[in-house]
Design a protein. Structure first.
Length: 142
């Protein structure tokens, strides 16, 4: 059987060049993004200034389903504020963040939030009793 040439392809195959090129660019972009993140390009630098009157909190907490309490009010789960789709925005001042999930020790972080600052919280909760609380502070020097 004779093979027909299809427009938009190099050799008549079913995979058009435009799709192959798009797929190649997408894969290259993902590789570059991962390499930049691994190289420490500053994307997640401690308290980097941003243009915002609020403080920005990135909650990369494992397990991702851990509940987040801001000043004793539940605001969601860790996965809600890990950058996809967004971050937790808080007003400047002293705040308490607490992460809780059954089967793990709770984590309480006291933050002296400053306007326009980025706070990446990248922690793994330890297995244990939810009533056991590990306390940390995040206060910047003047």
């Amino acid at each position: 059987m004779e093979r027909r040439f299809r427009p938009g392809t190099r050799d008549g195959s079913r995979f058009p060049l435009s799709r192959a090129l798009l797929l190649s660019v997408l894969i290259l972009g993902l590789v570059v993004m991962r390499a930049a993140r691994a190289a420490g390009d500053g994307s997640y630098e401690h308290s980097r200034p941003i243009d915002s009157p609020q403080a920005v909190i990135d909650t990369d907490i494992a397990p991702e389903k851990a509940a987040i309490y801001l000043d004793d009010n539940k605001v969601g789960i860790a996965d809600d504020f890990d950058g996809h789709p967004g971050y937790l925005l808080i007003s400047p001042g002293l705040h308490t963040l607490e992460f809780q999930i059954k089967g793990y020790q709770s984590l309480r972080i006291k933050i002296d939030a400053r306007p326009g600052r980025f706070y990446p919280i990248d922690r793994t909760l330890k297995k244990g009793n939810i009533t056991d609380v590990r306390v940390e502070s995040w206060v910047e020097a003047e």
